[in-house]
Design a protein around this ligand. Structure first.
Ligand SMILES: Cc1cc2nc3c(=O)[nH]c(=O)nc-3n(C[C@H](O)[C@H](O)[C@H](O)COP(=O)(O)OP(=O)(O)OC[C@H]3O[C@@H](n4cnc5c(N)ncnc54)[C@H](O)[C@@H]3O)c2cc1C
Ligand SMILES: *[C@@H]1O[C@H](CO)[C@@H](O)[C@H](O)[C@H]1NC(C)=O
Ligand SMILES: *[C@@H]1O[C@H](CO)[C@@H](O)[C@H](O)[C@H]1NC(C)=O
Ligand SMILES: *[C@@H]1O[C@H](CO)[C@@H](O)[C@H](O)[C@H]1NC(C)=O
Ligand SMILES: *[C@@H]1O[C@H](CO)[C@@H](O)[C@H](O)[C@H]1NC(C)=O
Ligand SMILES: *[C@@H]1O[C@H](CO)[C@@H](O)[C@H](O)[C@H]1NC(C)=O
Ligand SMILES: *[C@@H]1O[C@H](CO)[C@@H](O)[C@H](O)[C@H]1NC(C)=O
Ligand SMILES: *[C@@H]1O[C@H](CO)[C@@H](O)[C@H](O)[C@H]1NC(C)=O
Ligand SMILES: *[C@@H]1O[C@H](CO)[C@@H](O)[C@H](O)[C@H]1NC(C)=O
Ligand SMILES: *[C@@H]1O[C@H](CO)[C@@H](O)[C@H](O)[C@H]1NC(C)=O
Ligand SMILES: *[C@@H]1O[C@H](CO)[C@@H](O)[C@H](O)[C@H]1NC(C)=O
Length: 598
């Protein structure tokens, strides 16, 4: 008997992968209603939602390769393998960090369909309600308030049972989750029982500092709760596996072309005082092509790519453009500015337990067994992200010395300043930026301390008039003293956390050097990324003196051009950013539909 899944499979084998084009020669044409640049986290949401209307034609131009068959992307635990320079990565590096003792960081960005949703840590966090209420205030658009955005979270999400189908009572609040959306979410499906018990016991012995929070995705994240991830049935779920699933990619009005890097927008004209563009230039192989959008060009190329395309096209800070001899069509000083990430400091201890990540990462036999188990049943140690079991969110103490160098960047008492990631292992993601436990026989645990409300800002600038040259990326980390002091407070919090009775007999020795006299240098020398870089094409109110896009995502001073991706976040949220990017794109799709009466 032919099962439906067999039929689906034979359809792929016979007809290729729906309307996913590997070769530009197969593309039926170059004129569409919408051209979306970047088939990443946001881009695929837009591609899906805009083509719900069969009369609307959409082309997605993606520079990278197909996501199909990328094993380290499919297997949650193996994401670290995507950080090295491979065909799946843009291989960017930062400029030497002036707050980081001149260190250069690898800036990993995914170069395949699904974008960073395909190689991120899969952590699913929505941020604080206060973040969105602040967006509403900054943009003058109540549509950005928590209450108005909340339904979009449910719309994106398909909550599912963890891979081990354990009893999840008391580990999350089902009322807060969607069950019909394209992207799977779940709790961890492989236990680290003793470690997890110790974390929970600490919430009981220090309830003032670390209250237990049943579900940090309620809009009130403060406290410690169970990690939720964009994982379903033991596999990573992405914007490509979800929003471009077979039933969507097969739509005849949706075309996705791979291996196509957009250089710039061309054929500019001035219409009623606004700039507009007649075409989108892209490179396939060694040739340049031009696509046209009858209605709107949507840049979803991410926090670096979308800046680069705007600047290549003559939209950006005049001094940056003229330094590269790119004629300025529109002097928009905020393009590439205000780039923000959460600086991440790892504290590592040895532990008296063999139930840690090292059990598989340092034992080839166990590693292969884990992979075989995953292949066979999608269970075992490879079904979870290597980013821990629990997360804590905390405010700085009101007497923090950080407040003596800068005003509180997030005064709302329900929003956190600091995040703590509790990890039963000493090697997080092998990204070459983050410290890891020393090699050897030991087992480790890590508390990652991330500053959620940094004051420091970075920037992205084109480096050349060659539109394909990699841009200059300044993470801006620790350029404001506030950030260093706040991280130091977080380190003290983490030490207090493990000083509790629950950790006695489990915790071994501190591996990270936290000597007070040299702590500032240690922070500057080892702080890494959270990979939440965002805000380089910030959204601001209509008529604001700064910003790149209006609250409806249209680029200020341009007709028929919008940017919809993580670059538009007005301020970095108290969250790992993917859930926020998903809802920005969902609302973005609704706003685009509305302005075109679709
Ligand atoms: C390593 C890493 C780990 C992370 N971990 C987490 C986590 O655990 N949880 C979480 O919530 N968030 C995490 N994030 C952040 C989150 O994944 C991103 O904020 C989000 O995915 C960004 O979405 P985006 O649509 O803005 O960009 P992207 O998803 O990067 O999409 C941009 C797309 O555009 C394409 N593109 C770029 N330039 C061009 C061009 N010129 N022409 C054509 N195509 C182009 C790219 O190839 C890519 O497919 C992580 C990010 C990274 C990088
Ligand atoms: C990144 O580096 C790898 C290895 O050198 C290379 O194969 C790949 O093409 C590079 N990625 C891009 C986008 O250039
Ligand atoms: C752009 O303009 C050039 C002439 O300047 C023209 O040859 C070309 O066809 C135009 N392209 C589009 C997409 O309109
Ligand atoms: C950066 O964002 C802040 C708001 O958070 C704004 O006041 C400032 O003008 C922005 N800077 C630039 C260069 O856009
Ligand atoms: C490595 O893993 C195998 C298989 O699980 C196990 O039998 C062996 O004892 C492990 N080796 C060490 C040194 O822990
Ligand atoms: C698991 O499956 C992948 C992809 O099918 C294959 O490449 C790999 O060899 C398998 N690994 C094991 C250990 O079975
Ligand atoms: C802040 O207050 C707490 C207790 O209220 C105290 O233990 C701590 O030392 C104070 N810190 C500073 C920097 O004054
Ligand atoms: C980009 O240019 C601006 C000047 O507009 C400068 O302040 C900033 O440091 C530059 N950033 C990078 C990464 O080169
Ligand atoms: C290690 O843990 C075991 C119990 O799991 C305990 O008996 C032993 O005392 C611990 N060792 C140390 C050094 O704390
Ligand atoms: C920074 O760390 C590197 C190794 O990671 C070390 O060699 C160097 O001495 C450190 N620098 C300072 C100033 O501590
Ligand atoms: C100019 O562009 C803005 C978006 O940036 C748009 O809101 C406005 O309607 C446009 N004006 C005209 C006359 O097209």
């Amino acid at each position: 008997m032919l099962t439906p899944s067999f039929l689906l499979l034979s359809l792929f084998v016979a007809g290729g992968f729906g309307k996913l084009y590997e070769d530009v020669a197969d593309l039926p044409g170059f004129n569409y209603d919408f051209v979306i640049v970047g088939g990443g986290t946001a881009g695929n949401v837009l591609a899906n939602r805009l083509t719900e209307n069969p009369k609307v034609s959409v082309l997605v131009l993606e520079a990278g390769v197909s996501n199909a068959g990328i094993l380290p992307s499919e297997v949650p635990f193996r994401l670290g393998e995507l950080f090295a320079p491979t065909v799946w990565n843009w291989n960017y590096t930062s400029t030497p960090g002036t707050g980081l003792l001149g260190r250069v960081l690898g800036v990993s960005r995914a170069h395949f369909l699904g974008g960073c949703s395909g190689h991120n840590g899969m952590v699913y966090t929505r941020g604080a309600a206060a973040d969105f209420d602040r967006y509403a205030q900054i943009t003058g658009d109540q549509g950005w308030s928590w209450n108005n955005i909340y339904p979009y979270f449910l719309k994106t999400e398909k909550w599912s049972s963890p891979a081990d189908h354990h009893n999840t009572n008391g580990q999350y609040n089902p009322a807060l989750h969607g069950t019909n959306g394209p992207v799977f979410t779940s709790l961890n499906g492989y236990p680290y029982a003793q470690f997890e018990q110790n974390v929970i016991a600490t919430t009981k012995s220090l309830p003032q500092d670390w209250p237990f929070n049943l579900d940090m995705n309620s809009g009130k994240p403060l406290g410690v709760g169970y990690l939720q991830s964009t994982i379903g049935n033991g596999e990573r779920s992405t914007s490509a596996t979800g929003y471009l699933a077979p039933q969507y990619i097969q739509r005849s009005n949706l075309h996705v072309l791979l291996h196509s890097q957009v250089s710039k927008l061309v054929n500019s004209t001035k219409k009623n005082g606004n700039l507009s563009f007649g075409g989108i230039q892209f490179k396939y192989g060694n040739s340049l092509y031009t696509a046209k959008a009858g209605k709107e060009i949507i840049l979803s190329a991410g926090v670096i790519g979308s800046v680069q395309i705007l600047q290549n096209s003559g939209i950006g800070p005049q001094e940056v453009l003229s330094a590269q001899k790119v004629p300025t069509l529109l002097n928009l000083p905020s393009v590439g500015k205000n780039g923000t990430d959460h600086p991440f400091f790892s504290i590592i201890w040895t532990v008296n337990s063999t139930r840690t990540y090292e059990a598989v990462t340092r034992n080839t036999t166990a590693f292969n067994e884990a992979q075989a188990q995953w292949n066979q049943s999608k269970t075992g140690p490879f079904v979870t992200s290597p980013l821990g079991t629990h997360i804590g969110w905390k405010r700085l103490p009101t007497n923090s010395s950080a407040f003596s160098v800068h005003a509180d960047p997030n005064p709302n008492p329900t929003a956190p300043h600091l995040e703590f990631v509790f990890i039963p292992g000493g090697q997080i993601a092998a990204d070459g930026n983050s410290p890891s436990g020393p090699a050897g026989e030991s087992n480790f645990m890590t508390i990652g301390v991330a500053l959620i409300s940094p004051v420091s800002r970075g920037s992205v600038n084109i480096s050349s008039s060659d539109p394909f040259a990699p841009p200059l990326i300044d993470m801006g980390f620790l350029t404001n003293e506030f950030d260093v002091r706040a991280i130091a407070d977080g380190i003290a919090d983490a030490q207090k956390f493990v000083s509790q009775p629950a950790w006695k007999g489990y915790l071994g020795t501190l591996v990270t050097d936290l000597t007070p006299a040299t702590l500032e240098t240690t922070i500057r020398n080892t702080t890494a990324e959270s990979y939440h870089y965002s805000g380089t094409n910030g959204m601001s109110a209509h008529g604001a003196s700064y910003g790149v896009v209006n609250p409806d995502f249209l680029v200020k001073g341009v007709t028929g051009l919008s940017v919809i991706d993580g670059s538009t976040l007005p301020i970095i949220p108290a969250a790992h950013t993917q859930a926020v990017v998903y809802v920005f794109a969902e609302r973005g799709a609704d706003l685009v539909k509305k302005r075109w009466n679709l």
